[in-house]
Design a protein around this ligand. Sequence first.
Ligand code: PCA
Length: 226
Amino acid sequence: MSKTEAKRTNVLLTGFDPFDREAINPSWEAVRALDGWKTGGATVHARQMPCVFGDAIEALANAMDELKPQLVLCIGQAGGRSEITPERIAINIDDGRIADNAGHQPIDLPVVAGAPAAYFSTLPIKAMVRDLRAAGIPSSVSNSAGTFVCNHIFYGLMHRIATHPVAGLPGLRGGFIHIPYLPEQAARFPGAPSMSLATMTEALRIAVATALAVKQDVAETGGQLH
Ligand code: PCA
């Protein structure tokens, strides 16, 4: 790759603003720590997304139009999970267990009317889990990103990649990773698992590096019985 081409390789990393009465969102804290980070000829750009149905997909589309990334990783908080969990699949449903940050709580509505039921992540999720574990960071594939704003933006991302070839350069890939609470959040919910910001930031570095390096995912066990 020439220097000029290398300059044009952008990675978009998104995190969310705090929601559900939290003061912070680990996804934004970890993502913003990597803004400007250069790896493998690519530059990482961090953007914060609103935890609002509709607005989140619009903000993502704007960031993609601005940056023309070749890789998009959206990150979100999954309180209660103990591991870094690359998501396998985005489903075409909005079903809010709670209201979003604008007070909207859609029930059983499609993210995009008339669009496919689901899209698979085009990130090498198994290779990411492998590399994270090798670095001593707990990680597993997740087969559900839920039905709140994280699944919503994930679906919006994959739908855009599938239907807007100009949204990124050829070969644009994307997906979603859920991450645990930070310790200061978990301290309010005794027994809840958490992970330090330093570990989560390192995990995202590994996830980005693996996604840039591995074009074809590895076939490793990572399924679940339920
Ligand atoms: N987590 C929520 C939305 C924003 C976030 O960080 C979710 O899992 O849907």
